[in-house]
Design a protein around this ligand. Sequence first.
Ligand SMILES: [Zn+2]
Length: 199
Amino acid sequence: MALAYVSHHGCSTRVLTLMPYSKDVTCTSCGKPLLADTELPRAITDIPSPFAMQRDTSCSILIKPTNGSFMSHRLGENLHVGVSDRESVVYSYAANGVSLEPSGWDMTLIVFRLNAITLNETLRSFLSDHAHYFTRDSYRENGWNCFDFVIHFLAFAKLGRHSKAEFTRQFVTGPLRSAHRYTALVRKVVDNGPVIVNA
Ligand SMILES: [Zn+2]
């Protein structure tokens, strides 16, 4: 799923569409088909997706909605956060304790990059030192949760001490805003077909 703006060269009409598009629109500047027409040269500007596939997340801290995907996520709904190691296996803490997941983290947002050289070793020592803090029994959805796991990992890796609120403000809010902007555009096109944005 890729979003792009398409226009005819020399026309001021721009259309927001998913690529590949399923439906054509008429250029309001020249009256010719804008998407299907092959005679008129076109300018296509891709809108970069803020999301990453899990295989591309190695050595990062990443977030995804606790339930569902970012396509249906609304501001204020819970997020799950984890640490992706050198092989893009994601370590995170949830109701069933700490899990290591080689899949299930596609379409996620990277919020922090980590040092590749020492990451796996640091993660291993963090887990062996802190296993008793992050158990199934100690987990509280609105208390001791995945954010505590990541914040304590950052402190352990000497990457700063953060409160949950400050971590969210500093690293999560910006990428989350980009994600919501992007999914709002996708929804608009999915619901209405290609959208003329200026004419
Ligand atoms: Zn045109």
